[in-house]
Design a binder for this molecule. Structure first.
Ligand SMILES: CC(C)(COP(=O)(O)OP(=O)(O)OC[C@H]1O[C@@H](n2cnc3c(N)ncnc32)[C@H](O)[C@@H]1OP(=O)(O)O)[C@@H](O)C(=O)NCCC(=O)NCCS
Length: 142
């Protein structure tokens, strides 16, 4: 069997979700429903946002969504999340979905987007990402 060509680039960010696309997640054409994929991305981004903000977070915006290729039943999907911006109360997280096709080792980036999360206090109001109980990470220096 011929070797599978490597992907043209590596996924960006850390792995936050890995699961299998199931028949229940298909649209009328039999492909995986985009809304299911977006919900996986939202959950994956929230995992990283929660890790950074260490408090409840909510999604306030989704930008630059691009669906490059379809996802098929049986594909293994992996969401990679990369913190690209830290605001006062918000976090911009770039999320990519890569698939490994059913019975194949081919890996491909199928979808990407930028999700914005807001750190919330216990009353559901925006609060700073970095606070007394969640100081910014130390600068490792030169
Ligand atoms: C998130 C929420 C609490 C923010 O409230 P708000 O009154 O807009 O708060 P602010 O204006 O102080 O904005 C908070 C942060 O969000 C950012 N923000 C607000 N709207 C934004 C948008 N459309 N795109 C990008 N960032 C946005 C602001 O720039 C600010 O970031 P910063 O502090 O880092 O500068 C409120 O909009 C909300 O509850 N939205 C619904 C969230 C939700 O239910 N999500 C799940 C959908 S099913």
């Amino acid at each position: 069997m011929a070797d599978t060509p490597p992907p043209s680039r590596a996924p960006r960010g850390q792995l936050v979700i890995r699961t299998i696309a199931m028949p229940a997640d298909t649209n009328a054409a039999g492909d995986i429903f985009g809304g299911w994929l977006v919900s996986q991305m939202d959950i994956g981004g929230a995992i990283l946002a929660h890790q950074v903000a260490r408090c409840r977070v909510t999604t306030v915006a989704v930008d630059a969504m691009a669906f490059h290729h379809p996802v098929l039943v049986g594909d293994t999907i992996a969401c990679f999340a990369d913190l690209q911006r830290t605001g006062r109360t918000s976090l911009g997280i770039h999320i990519e979905v890569w698939v490994q096709r059913h019975f194949s080792r081919t890996e491909q980036c199928v979808t990407e987007g930028v999700f914005t999360y807001v750190a919330l206090d216990s009353a559901g109001r925006p609060q700073p990402v970095h606070r007394a109980d969640n100081p910014p990470p130390l600068d490792p220096g030169p």
